[in-house]
Design a protein around this ligand. Structure first.
Ligand code: ARG
Length: 244
């Protein structure tokens, strides 16, 4: 074969080896998740596997949409930065769809409705909801819960990389309240009914979406078709029963 023919062959092989949309060597789409947010995404202490509602949702979507995915466990702050920079292909991590985040990444249609709720110590009498938060209040860094605390003048935000440590500090009396997504809060209250209680009800309306890196715009339609199909098949109800 002539030299040009060889070069053409090599070029064609290279094109075939690099599927559109995946920059990683494994060829799988990397799905980032911060597995510190039970029951949506957390590490099973026995098996060390990442589990939860979101993990099952994403797995079901990938199956429907014929996407080859792998989960990558990344802390919340670098997860958002990584999505903005295109480090990961997608992320499922109880991510509230916000106008601000939409500037940095794309979102699928909503797949879950949640909202913020205040959790206090069992003996707390003064704090009855977000309106009268006062003192040091904990939240995971960069979350919608942290943004709500910042709106309250009498509250001082203390941020955590892992919400589990915020609840630990609350039970030890280091902070006066925690603000986070209601299903997560109810999980911690349910596990510590003699130490924790909710103060008021859910006070924001938020919708979780799957985040997609801007370079992967072609994936959005596939995700939305799969979400719609799974909704009508009752898959989300089944997973809610399993995890929530
Ligand atoms: N829904 C909240 C937000 O988007 C908190 C999500 C935190 N997720 C997590 N896996 N740590 O800000």
């Amino acid at each position: 074969m002539k030299r040009t023919a060889w070069l053409l062959l090599v070029a064609l092989l290279l094109i075939g080896l690099v599927p559109a949309g995946c920059s990683k060597q494994s060829g799988k789409l990397q799905v980032a998740t911060d597995a510190t947010w039970p029951p949506f995404e957390f590490v099973n202490t026995d098996t060390k596997a990442i589990e939860g509602f979101d993990i099952d949702v994403m797995t079901a979507i990938a199956e429907k949409a014929d996407l080859d995915i792998e989960f990558v466990n990344v802390a919340w702050d670098p997860l958002l930065t990584g999505m903005a920079q295109g480090t990961y292909d997608m992320a499922i991590s109880s991510i509230t769809i916000t106008e601000d985040r939409k500037k940095d990444m794309l979102f699928s249609d909503p797949y879950f409705a949640a909202g913020q709720i205040v959790v206090v110590g069992i003996n707390e009498t003064k704090i009855t909801g977000p309106g009268n938060l006062a003192g040091v209040v904990g939240a995971q860094i960069g979350t919608t819960g942290a943004f709500e605390i910042e709106k309250v003048a009498a509250a001082t935000l203390k941020t955590y990389d892992d919400i589990g440590f915020a609840f630990q500090d609350l039970m030890n009396g280091q902070i006066v309240a925690v603000v986070c997504d209601n299903p997560v809060a109810l999980g911690y209250v349910g596990e510590n009914p003699t130490k924790l209680k909710t103060a008021g009800g859910t006070f924001t309306d938020e919708y979780y979406g799957i985040a997609v890196a801007k370079r992967n715009a072609d994936i959005i339609a596939k995700l939305n078709t799969a979400i719609a199909a799974l909704k009508s098949e009752g898959k989300f109800d089944e997973l809610s029963d399993k995890w929530l």
